[in-house]
Design a protein around this ligand. Structure first.
Ligand SMILES: [Fe+2]
Length: 382
């Protein structure tokens, strides 16, 4: 059986969204080799692919489908690192006992679920991560925030997963909420309660002025060792795009032993393996330094200011694809090509059940060569 890929038609409010596709006529339980090849190409071409009506799909199948993108590896994207109690990841995810590469996440209490007797899930809230908070009245009126813009990646020892699958078992009750950027721009975004927001790293690159494209090409990104512990006391900007600089990061002596070889340094620009297009791909919260033309900046405050200048336009409301989940939606996204964020302020009575799966990759991201960058290179003036 073949299937149909329908590119997402953005609303006028999403004029910058040039990625995303829907598939309505595929059954992941009956995926053939040809289907998989077509699906894989679609994921790298459209970055975010929504396969509808998959409520019957088993965790084993989610794992098997996700693993086909990374056949050599069995390690979950964060390995076991995220289970350290203080890690900012640990509180959001718990492995399914029968298929531990598949993580349960969401909100509310689940009982007798996939081998889990009882587990209270908590939808990540900006309240535990942002520096300044919405008031309770604001949240009661339906105002909310982007929680944390990120790619799924340990960023220490392990390479970022190529793709992540995110499977909606159960959505909360349908309510609209309004994302507040609260950064002086007045930007807001109308979203479904519990949406997942995506932005394209390719768009993030394309919309940069030539001088910042050039700078991005010359820059490497150095991630902190044990990044999710390192940042565990620091607090994020109101847009969820990186951290405020208050000196709250853990010192090396407060972290587990640091293996210098495990520290990750990646180019700022990564090449898409199918389209060959350039993606700006940085997990801003975990960055410790930027290395420009081989020289580390060495000043975390300045690093974050520069990074924010480079990344902030990409999350303008018109560039955000906030997927409106339906129960049974199985999303596969190109984790090395987009950033995403949890969104929404859920009530105690809301229930949201999702499964997530990804694999730490055996390969580094693909760097952008001088030849790839040539169309964007600044010509020396005569
Ligand atoms: Fe994520």
């Amino acid at each position: 059986m073949t299937f149909t890929i329908e590119p997402i038609v953005p609303t006028p409010a999403q004029s910058g969204v040039d990625f995303g596709a829907m598939i309505n006529d595929l059954d992941l339980e009956k995926l053939t080799d040809d289907d998989f090849d077509k699906l894989q190409e679609a994921v790298y071409t459209y970055q975010v692919v929504v396969i509808r009506n998959q409520a019957h799909v088993r965790p084993e199948t989610q794992y098997a489908v996700t693993k086909r993108f990374e056949p050599e590896v069995d390690t979950y994207g964060h390995g076991a690192q995220h289970r350290a109690k203080e890690s900012v990841i640990a509180r959001d995810l718990s492995p399914l006992p029968a298929v531990p590469q598949v993580q349960l996440l969401g909100h509310g209490t689940v009982r007798n679920y996939e081998g889990i007797e009882e587990r209270k899930l908590t939808h990540p809230s900006h309240r535990v991560f942002h520096k300044d908070l919405l008031s309770e009245e604001d949240e009661a009126q339906g105002k909310t925030r982007f929680y944390r813009w990120h790619m799924d990646a340990a960023l220490y020892k392990l390479n970022p997963p190529k793709v992540t699958s995110l499977f909606c078992i159960k959505n909360p009750e349908e309510r609209r909420q309004t994302v507040q950027y609260d950064d002086g721009t007045g930007h807001t975004l109308d979203v479904q309660l519990g949406t997942t927001a995506f932005i394209s790293g390719q768009k993030a690159f394309e919309i940069l002025p030539p001088d910042l494209k050039d700078l991005a090409f010359r820059t490497q990104v150095k991630y902190a060792p044990h990044p999710y512990l390192w940042m565990s006391k620091a607090r994020a900007r109101s847009t969820g795009l990186g951290m405020e600089s208050e000196g709250l990061e853990l010192k090396p002596e407060e972290l587990p032993e640091i293996d210098e070889k495990a520290i990750k340094i990646y180019p700022m620009l990564w090449k898409n393996p199918v389209t060959n297009k350039i993606h700006l791909q940085v997990h801003p919260a975990a960055v410790q330094d930027l290395i420009i033309d081989g020289k580390p900046m060495g000043d975390l405050t300045k690093v974050r200011e520069l990074l924010y200048k480079i990344q902030r336009p990409a999350i303008n409301p018109e560039n955000v694809f906030a997927h409106e989940w339906r129960d049974g939606d199985f999303v596969i996204f190109h984790n090395r090509g987009v950033l995403h964020s949890v969104v929404g302020s859920l009530k105690d009575t809301d229930v949201r059940i999702f499964h997530q799966c990804n694999m730490a990759s055996a390969q580094d991201p693909i760097p952008v060569t001088a030849e790839d960058f040539a169309p964007y290179a600044i010509k020396p003036s005569a």
